[in-house]
Design a protein around this ligand. Structure first.
Ligand code: GUN
Length: 286
């Protein structure tokens, strides 16, 4: 079998066009969706990420503000900025880029963001909403993975989904989203005894560990769908995921490439969440 690619760039293009159209409709009613991106310090990867987020907003017709603070900003000063943004009616979504410098308690800052503006979906209220099936913001990367499964018309009911990785940002919310769609879900992690025995039973595998070759061809059931959330460098310095792409492509029915798979979907879902935050503030949705 040669797996079909799930193209994250193409799907992002479609979804971002839809965001742009809905943003234009909202603007016509006097509300321009607005995102505030807060960066503390000069982490080079974070600088690239925030630049991409701001550019994606501009391309979709969303208003955005990039606040850059030096690494010495105090926790109290950052909390005061979050409070100001919570009360700013032109801002519908607030994203504080992680990691934060070590003298700042990141969880405290996340909990200071109003849940109504928590477009990252990292607030405990957002996590609780996801867990209980209530309306709320879903973390962007696993939400993007769900859109990728939708895009191939995949029905998760009764399927076995194996998530490799248990982070608060990807693994755990991913498992809850798959469960909500009636999959039987197994979460695997560094303490899992026989990973291969579990992945061989999986109809869907999501690899979200941050380590190359976590999933190889011998670990995949023929016809399985494989989503690769990893973002690593190989020995030649080229971007690669957690999945042995060449090997697994020969066994899976569908696979996401790296780059051009899950990666672009994360920013796309940030735009979707920001738009929805603005729609909620305008009373247009729950
Ligand atoms: N750092 C790396 N990824 C993310 C993300 O999705 N959101 C935030 N806030 N920080 C990050």
């Amino acid at each position: 079998m040669t797996a079909q690619l799930i193209d994250g760039n193409a799907l992002s293009h479609q979804l971002r066009s839809d965001v742009a159209a809905r943003a234009a409709a909202l603007k016509a009613r006097g509300v321009t969706p607005g995102l505030a991106v807060v960066l503390v310090g000069d982490n080079p990867a974070s600088q690239v990420y925030v630049r991409n987020k701001v550019k994606a907003c501009a391309d979709a017709g969303l208003h955005s503000v990039l606040e850059k603070h030096d690494a010495g900003l105090s926790e109290a000063a950052l909390l005061a900025r979050v409070d100001a943004l919570n009360n700013d009616p032109t801002i519908h979504g607030i994203l504080v880029q992680l990691p934060l410098p070590p003298h700042i308690d990141a969880q405290k800052v996340i909990e200071a963001i109003s849940p109504a503006k928590d477009v990252d979906g990292f607030h405990i209220a957002s996590a609780g909403a996801l867990m209980t099936g209530m309306p709320g913001f879903w973390p962007c990367t696993p939400y993007g993975c769900m859109k990728m499964l939708d895009s191939i018309g995949y029905d998760l009911r009764g399927k076995h989904a194996v998530v490799i990785g248990r982070s608060n940002i990807v693994g755990k919310p991913m498992a809850l989203m798959l469960l909500q769609k009636n999959a039987t879900v197994t979460i695997c992690h560094s303490g899992t005894k026989d990973l291969k025995a579990l992945t061989l039973q999986a109809d869907v595998v999501v690899a979200a560990v941050g380590k190359r070759n976590v999933l190889t061809a011998d670990m995949v059931k023929p016809g399985a769908v494989v989503l690769d959330v990893g973002m690593n460098r190989n020995d030649e310095g080229k971007l690669c995921g957690d999945v042995d792409f060449a090997g697994v492509s020969a066994v899976a029915s569908h696979i996401t490439p790296v780059p051009g798979g899950v990666g672009p979907m994360t920013i796309t879902m940030l735009l979707v969440n920001t738009l929805e935050a603005a729609e909620r503030s305008a009373g247009l949705r729950l």
